[in-house]
Design a protein around this ligand. Sequence first.
Ligand SMILES: [Ca+2]
Length: 209
Amino acid sequence: MNQRMLLKIILIVLLCASGWFLVSQNSELHTGKGSEHKGVVDVNSDNPSEDFFQFRWLADGSCVFHALTGQISKPFVSVDDPTAAGGKAIEIPSKSGKNLSGRVSLDFELPAKGCYTLWARTFWGIDGQRGCSNSIAVQIDESTPVVIQDATYEFWHWVQYRQRGGIEIPAGKHTINLINREDGIRIDQVFLTPWYEDEFDRRVPQGVE
Ligand SMILES: [Ca+2]
């Protein structure tokens, strides 16, 4: 075998290996981790419900969290709410104030880096204060917290974390922090979904996910 032939063989092997690598990366990104439940946690043994999981990957690469399964610090508390996912939510009770040390931390792990959009399912105005009870700050890892807010009161609905071009998240372990900003609010689920250039390709969460 001459040197040129050997070089050709090495080149072909390298091309095949990189092709296989790209295909495997791509399928991992687009299928997420399938529809299997991951990190399932039963937080209420008296009333076990399949709605309770720390986080769950959906087939389209979205990830849904129940806020109640995070690390919760006061003034956040867990409450029963038959209208919430699994009958439970986290709440900042009325008159507990803007204590910025209060937070809910949701840990998760990304198999591959990606660009995402984040949503929180919220119920603003449990205290009838409307505009004084309609926001929360959301922080991903150590990033600057972003306020999510709108003016739909006394009704469960999804509110988006606004960021141009989506949120770049590297592979590995991460934490989403929900940070107290106003009292009189509830949250039950958080939704992380792949960001696409074309907004019609981006998933918008509906109801309880
Ligand atoms: Ca309030």
